[in-house]
Design a protein around this ligand. Structure first.
Ligand code: UDX
Length: 426
């Protein structure tokens, strides 16, 4: 099939690459001409393990092209996928301007039958609005289908997640559109959940809100465990082995960040209120997450006997390992707290960057730790988990190591004379 992918971000590029692997001809369109030029030179605009090689292979096989010209990209594509960004507006609502800009161009340009697949995460009701808009612009609903088909891939494992999804969620209004989607994904083994477009959009928000809830739940439990001298890892295992609960997403730490979980919880709260439903649980989930960096700032304050004038090293800026993405990173939220309390901060991350001018940058983890009173591991990169703790102790001025992701082995730090501070880890 000929596929036009609108938006060359994480979701767009990863999906496009896997579709090319499945044998489709994919043209990726992005309004960012610099990004398109970079992609044409074979450079990805972000880091995602393994993706660059797959893009190169798809291009060699002539299955993948890039352009900034949507009209050209549409050409005779039978599938048009929308994977443009839907970031949060300052009030937490979902910014749909890129979606509508693309839909508007589609409305004026599409001149052949096509299935328009909405991959971007959008508030419930958006695909239906797009369908009505295209119909009002004169497109026959039996020729131009609109489908909601949300994406569940994670940064850092985007390719594997796209090749082996847990499920394919399709929101359709016609059997024909469903057949197009099945033909597109032929070769991918996954159960289908077929529902209405609004149902599919709701599933995406519910999935991310539930994941956020699990994390905030375990973080609140970790606070309580701290007070009782109980190990949160045991609690997570003890509840996680209950198949109704499951072990995933029960790792206590600084909390969730990234481009999806925080934004989608906020957008779902707005979606609920728009219909007169006052959510009770979701704001609490947010509240635990927003205050989690405070828990760590307090731990640091206790361990150092005050924060003003202290030198703190931060290992990890990315919102999670194996990505260069620092959007809504809890590491940055903690840095804000520490700077406000009068600390000086020196940071290191293998890929992500902190652009704050008041944060000094180090060339490697040990330089960051040099002369520090305390070290905080804010992202569980492999190199931090297996650091040379003897070397860390030798270069630090103090001996406090705060494990912001409960990812270190306390004994191995203690054996080098370091003081380990985790959460829910007495
Ligand atoms: C998420 C969803 O998992 C994915 O399905 C959706 O498509 C996009 O949003 P992503 O943002 O890439 O994916 O990251 P994810 O792996 O879900 O992690 C989100 C955040 O939660 C990270 O900051 C991570 O450190 C944190 N986290 C995760 C925890 O604090 N504890 C956990 O147990 C798991």
């Amino acid at each position: 099939m000929k596929v036009c992918m609108i938006g060359a971000g994480y979701v767009g590029l990863s999906t496009a690459t896997v579709l090319a692997e499945l044998g489709h001809d994919v043209t990726c369109v992005d309004t960012d001409t610099e990004k398109v030029a970079q992609l044409e030179r074979g450079r990805l605009p972000f880091y995602e393990p393994g993706l660059d090689e797959l893009v190169a292979r798809a291009r060699e096989q002539g299955r993948m092209a890039f352009t900034a010209d949507l009209r050209g990209g549409l050409d005779d594509a039978s599938v048009v996928m929308l994977a443009v960004g839907t970031p949060a507006l300052p009030d937490g609502r979902c910014d749909l301007s890129s979606v509508w800009q693309a839909v508007d161009t589609l409305a004026h340009t599409l001149s052949h039958p096509a299935t328009v697949i909405i991959k971007s995460t959008v508030p419930p009701g958006t695909a239906d609005r797009i369908r009505r808009y295209l119909a009002e612009a004169g497109h026959d609903e039996n020729a131009v289908h609109v489908v909601a088909n949300p994406e569940f891939l994670r940064e850092g494992s985007a390719v594997t997640d796209t090749r082996h999804p847990d499920r394919i969620v399709v929101g359709v209004t016609s059997r024909e559109a469903l057949a197009h989607v099945r033909a597109l994904y032929r070769g991918i083994e996954a159960p289908y959940v077929v529902t209405s477009p609004t149902g599919a959009e709701m599933i995406k928000y519910a999935a991310n809100a539930f994941l956020a809830t699990k994390i905030s739940f375990i973080n609140e439990m970790a606070r309580i465990c701290d007070a009782y001298g109980v190990t949160i890892d045991d609690v997570a295992e003890g509840i996680g082995l209950d198949s109704r609960i499951g072990r995933a997403f029960l790792r206590a730490g600084l909390g969730y960040g990234g481009s999806c979980l925080p934004k989608d919880v906020a957008a779902l709260i707005h979606a609920a209120r728009d219909k007169g439903v006052e959510p009770l649980l979701l704001p609490a989930v947010q509240q635990v997450n927003v205050t989690q960096p405070d828990v760590y700032a307090d731990k640091l304050r206790d361990a150092l006997g005050g924060l003003a004038g202290k030198h703190v090293a931060i290992w990890g800026i990315a919102f999670k390992p194996d990505t260069d993405d620092a959007r809504a990173s809890q590491a940055l939220a903690l840095i804000d707290r520490l700077l406000a309390a009068g600390c000086t901060v020196r940071a290191y991350d293998p890929l992500a960057r902190c652009t704050r001018p008041d944060v000094a940058w180090a060339a490697d983890p040990y330089q960051a730790a040099g002369n520090a009173d305390a070290l905080v591991v804010a992202t569980e990169w492999e190199i931090f988990r297996h650091a040379d703790w003897g070397r860390v102790k030798a270069v630090m001025r103090g001996n406090v190591v705060v494990d912001g992701r409960n990812c270190l082995t306390p004994e191995s730090l203690q054996s080098h004379g370091l003081r380990y501070v985790g959460v829910g880890r007495p």
